[in-house]
Design a binder for this molecule. Structure first.
Ligand SMILES: Cc1ncc(COP(=O)(O)O)c(C=O)c1O
Length: 395
């Protein structure tokens, strides 16, 4: 029997059709092709840290895997003992006390929470303020939820922070959410409490929920420490702050994060979470408690490692005439391209000539055009090699 042909294009939602190719797919494809063509590839493209979890975390993981009770269906909103440990950590780290039961929700990686928050709050036509450039899932999940993105340019002259006075001149009547991210991916900028106070004032004025992404909260350099939005008095009731075990502890593959914020907001997000997820594996949640109890020196070593890498790359690029600021946090170097190439052409040229994979800035937003993002995810020797190759082939 002949079946009628099936046209999938007619079936795909217009929301999905509105999405461009995910930049990190393109980066991974370019890397794959370079490997297949026999190149010695140095991957500075993605955000996948190479540093493994501390041995104490792995030990806890093994031990918890042996407890068969841990293999049963997880508790939806997260294990009370992990939430309690997070509450204590939050108090120690930021001097802010949070109620573990009502103000914390465990996530399967912070990415899913940052995406699902749009399903919780956005109706068709609602608007969301998104930094440009930024981690692409913010923008994409607004579009998937049927919302509209309002760009907030991050400019060097504004220390890579949105200009709230400028934004206040726009029609923000349909805006519901304000996304911020410090330590910032990709620019490496930090924010201080003064800026966060302005953000809370702006959110209050325009009746916005603040979604603050702190995935890189512990990775800061030169003695700087990142501050939490919740340190601003009165911020809590309108803030959801997303944290991750991925970067600080090298637990990217575990898919574990959490969100801290006002209890009403947490309740709303939990309602989406229980619909699309069924909680995080208890083995991981229990082992994550070992991460939170690591001595400060262990995290200090992580910071030191990324700082050394930063210095190698920043100095190398500067010697080559690239114009850039040394990042204050995060795991990226955001560099203005000193040639007449756009960012996709430059990224391609770099792979072809040197085997170095980077992320073209335009993939992180229109304001990223003219920039490349280098990830600090290989060791010092390999980074020195990368700098050497650029010196040899680009000068
Ligand atoms: C700014 C930012 N937020 C969130 C994430 C996602 O982290 P997680 O592994 O917790 O989902 C990343 C990962 O690259 C990131 O760069």
């Amino acid at each position: 029997m002949m079946r009628k042909s099936f046209n999938i294009d007619d079936k795909i939602s217009s929301r999905l059709k509105n999405l461009e190719e995910y930049v990190f797919f393109e980066v991974a494809k370019a890397k794959e092709e370079a490997i297949l063509s026999g190149k010695d590839v140095i991957d500075l493209g993605g955000g996948n840290p190479d540093l493994p979890p501390h041995p104490r975390i792995i030990e806890a993981l093994k031990k918890e895997a042996d407890d068969l009770e841990n293999h049963r269906h997880p508790i939806y909103e997260g294990l009370p003992e992990l939430k309690k440990a997070i509450g204590l950590w939050f108090g120690r780290r930021f001097g802010v006390s949070v109620d573990p039961e009502s103000e914390i929700l465990i996530l399967i990686g912070s990415k899913e929470g940052l995406s699902h928050v749009n399903l919780a709050f956005i109706d068709r036509g609602d608007e969301v303020l998104i930094p440009n450039p930024a981690y692409p899932p913010y923008r994409r999940s607004v579009i998937l939820a049927g919302g509209k993105v309002l760009d907030m340019p991050l400019l060097r002259r504004n220390s890579w922070r949105p200009d709230f006075e400028e934004l206040q001149r726009e029609d923000l009547s349909k805006a519901k959410l304000l996304f911020l991210n410090y330590p910032n991916n990709p620019t490496g900028a930090l924010a201080d409490e003064g800026f966060f106070e302005k953000a809370v004032d702006f959110a209050e004025e325009n009746e916005l929920v603040i979604c603050h992404d702190m995935a890189y909260s512990e990775i800061t350099f030169d003695g700087n420490r990142a501050v939490s939005m919740l340190q601003v008095p009165g911020a809590r009731e309108r803030t959801l702050e997303f944290h991750s075990f991925s970067k600080t502890y090298g637990m990217t593959g575990w898919r574990l994060g959490f969100v801290v914020g006002g209890r009403e907001l947490i309740k709303v997000l939990r309602n989406v979470e229980v619909t699309v997820n069924s909680g995080a594996f208890h083995v991981l949640q229990k082992a994550a408690m070992a991460a939170l109890s690591l001595p400060d020196e262990a995290i200090g070593e992580v910071r030191q490692t990324y700082q050394e890498r930063r210095d190698i790359l920043v100095n190398g690029l500067r010697e080559l005439g690239w114009e850039l600021e040394s990042p204050k946090g995060g795991i990226f170097v955001w560099a203005k391209i000193p040639y007449e190439y756009d960012s996709k052409t430059m990224a391609r040229l770099l792979i072809d000539k040197t085997g170095i994979v980077t992320t073209p800035g335009v993939g992180l937003g229109s304001q990223g055009e003219g920039y490349l993002r280098f990830s600090l995810i290989v060791d010092n020797d390999r980074l020195n090699e990368a700098v050497g190759k650029m010196k040899m082939h680009l000068e």
